[in-house]
Design a protein around this ligand. Structure first.
Ligand code: HEC
Length: 192
């Protein structure tokens, strides 16, 4: 007698779950788009500051710009957007940028994706995760190594650059890179 009701219920359940699923996907897509905008709000001024400092004082002087201004630019981007923003890497210069377990996993995947032929500039990953019972959207975008970066992250550094870095970062591991390597990643979090 109620076979048709059961079928109707089933059909309804199916359509509801499909809707819920596509809404999820749409949300994640929106978050990913938002995250890409935050990366620009952070990465743009950071690169400008670096390039400006390199032009006016050379790499030894520009180290100061990275050292003092990078954390401030991150803070400003965070305040402006409501996202937490930072940079991390598998080979760190500043130990304060250390990756947590999730970031470590994603950084390793980025290296694998690059080895499989993807371009660093096109590599990113985002995911909804649960941390201490709270939902968060986490996003990372790979940062490639350009010619400019080799002044401070390359294999051979000018003596005055090496000396300044040694003084500021006695445990510096962020040297020896080549153009095209993944230097690290932007890492973003938004509480949902
Ligand atoms: C003038 C020297 C200099 C140049 C050029 C430079 N960096 Fe750095 N980089 C630094 C310093 C200093 C830090 C540490 C900043 C801090 O204390 O947060 C750093 C940190 C980083 C970090 C954060 C992770 C870590 O190791 O602590 C990334 C990622 C990074 N640099 C990428 C790049 C890329 C990509 C380029 C080229 C576009 C570049 N850097 C060019 C000096 C430089």
């Amino acid at each position: 007698m109620n076979k048709s009701i059961t079928l109707a219920t089933l059909a309804l359940t199916l359509s509801v779950s499909t809707v819920a699923h596509s809404a999820d996907t749409a949300d994640t897509k929106a978050l990913m788009g938002e995250a890409a905008g935050v990366v620009k709000a952070f990465g743009g001024p950071l690169k400008q500051t670096l390039v400006g400092a390199m032009k006016s004082g050379g790499p030894a002087e520009a180290i100061g710009a990275c050292n003092e201004k990078a954390p401030n630019i991150a803070k400003n981007a965070a305040q402006a957007t409501g996202w937490s923003v930072g940079r991390t890497s598998l080979k760190l210069r500043n130990p304060g940028n250390e990756a947590d377990a999730w970031e470590m996993k994603v950084l390793k995947q980025f290296d694998e994706r690059k080895a499989a032929g993807e371009k660093p500039g096109a590599i990113s990953y985002g995911e909804v995760v649960e941390m201490d019972g709270k939902k968060q959207y986490r996003f990372m975008k790979a940062i490639g190594t350009a010619e400019l970066c080799l002044n401070c992250h390359g294999k051979t550094l000018k003596p005055e650059v090496a000396a300044k870095l040694d003084g500021l970062y006695p445990d510096d591991k962020a040297r020896g890179y080549n153009v095209g390597d993944i230097r690290g990643a932007f890492t973003l979090v938004k509480d949902l």
